[in-house]
Design a binder for this molecule. Structure first.
Ligand code: PLP
Length: 393
């Protein structure tokens, strides 16, 4: 029996050009984003300008983490204390965490077998909760039908804050993920699509949201040094009523992200070759249901998910164990106790308990695996074979 020897948490090294840029910043001593020499633009301001251009959006703010981006974006839409905020019943914990940090009340919406938000339940919950905000998580890179979703939200005046932690570089019907809603957030944490350890972005075309988020991030009164921020006149309206909740990005991280952004689209293709190599091995396995990927979706295959229809807890434990013995580390989202990044909505005790029978049914048989780019396409084929053999018993 062959065994896979790769490491599921090992990312690629930082490109040499990014390392050189980081060394330059360190030699300068000017690590703080607002600490610039005469006539200099900071690495952070340049990165924001480049990400805004990549996305084709007016405003971009770089911040300390993806979770911070979500919190600040929600606060910038003027979330009231205890205001209901809708989100997916299946997402990672920084999402309900951000709603809680912004003072909102989490209202969970069911998901479908394809792991996206259920649009019928979304509409029902908009009506029953009266919520006017949706923090939409494109969890594990799966995009809902964004045109339908926005039609529902627009009809009910619901502001959409997109969590694009897993969809940086993805598109729905040719439109980049993050351009559908009113504001979108990204993460540059190590396990996402570009890597600065920690970090994040907020993008929007709404000048008021951009100005508030900038003040929140701790720009003191130095917002004039942003290259992709709103006009100073917009700040005049809000600068004294917006609290400073520091969470800026620094020039060191920005310096290592700029060269990585240039490689993003190439890396999307590399991820998808790997994803498709695994998918091919698993296609047609009886009882194993891969996510179906709609034609409109240009996804980023940085992780793969499948449902094991008919598995009970004993089957699950035995399957995970067989895979692990052959070097393949799968995560199971059905476990009662959170393990590493997996967690279920009932593990978030700061959220009012909510009944989500469909989501619970799906999570009980949901398996997940990250696909680091340190794996070759051959590695991915081997992983697919191992999963198939272990699944078949
Ligand atoms: C990683 C992630 C975030 C943000 O996480 P940070 O670690 O704070 O950068 C948000 N949502 C999802 C779905 C994520 O996976």
């Amino acid at each position: 029996m062959d065994m896979f020897k790769g490491n599921f948490t090992q990312q690629e090294s930082i490109p040499e050009s990014a390392i050189e840029a980081a060394v330059r910043v360190m030699r300068s001593g000017r690590l703080h984003r607002y600490n610039v020499a005469d006539g200099e633009q900071s690495e952070t301001a340049l990165l924001e300008q480049e990400f805004a251009a990549y996305m084709g959006v007016e405003y971009c703010l770089a911040v300390a983490s993806g979770g911070y981006a979500l919190t600040a974006a929600l606060k910038a839409t003027q979330c009231e204390p205890d205001e209901p905020v809708l989100t997916n019943g299946f997402t990672l914990s920084p999402v309900p965490g951000a709603i809680t940090a912004a003072g909102g009340r989490v209202v969970l919406v069911e998901i479908t077998d394809n792991l996206v938000i259920d649009l019928d339940d979304l509409e029902a919950k908009i009506k029953s909760s009266g919520a006017r905000k949706l923090m939409l998580s494109h969890m594990r890179g799966h995009l809902a039908d964004m045109n339908k979703l926005m039609a529902i939200c627009d009809a009910h005046n619901v502001i959409v804050i997109e969590d694009c932690a897993h969809t940086m570089g993805a598109k729905w019907a040719g439109v980049k993920s993050g351009l559908h809603g009113h504001v979108a957030c990204y993460s540059t944490q190590t396990y996402k699509h570009i890597n600065s350890g920690e970090g994040g972005f907020i993008i929007t075309n709404d000048a008021d949201i951009a100005a508030r988020a900038t003040m929140l991030s701790g720009s003191y009164m130095l917002y004039g040094r942003h290259l992709s921020g709103p006009d100073e006149s917009v700040f005049d309206q809000i600068r004294l009523d917006t609290p400073n909740c520091s969470g800026r990005m620094d020039n060191l991280r920005a310096a290592i992200l700029r060269p990585q952004l240039e490689q993003l689209d190439t890396n999307v293709q590399r991820w998808n070759e790997r994803y498709q190599a695994i998918e091919k091995e698993l296609a047609g396995v009886r009882g194993l249901k891969l996510s179906s990927r709609p034609d409109a979706e240009l996804y980023v295959g940085s992780s793969i998910q499948f449902l094991a229809e008919g598995f009970d807890e004993a089957d699950t434990a035995a399957f995970l164990d067989r895979c692990l013995k052959r070097g393949v580390e799968l995560k199971w989202f059905g476990g009662a106790e959170p393990v590493a990044y997996t967690s279920r909505h009932d593990s978030w005790h700061y959220v009012e308990p909510q009944s989500l029978p469909e989501t619970d049914r799906i999570l009980s048989v949901l398996f997940d695996m990250r696909i680091p780019l340190t794996f070759s396409v051959e590695d991915c084929k081997q992983i697919g074979e191992i999963i198939r053999e272990c699944f078949e018993g």
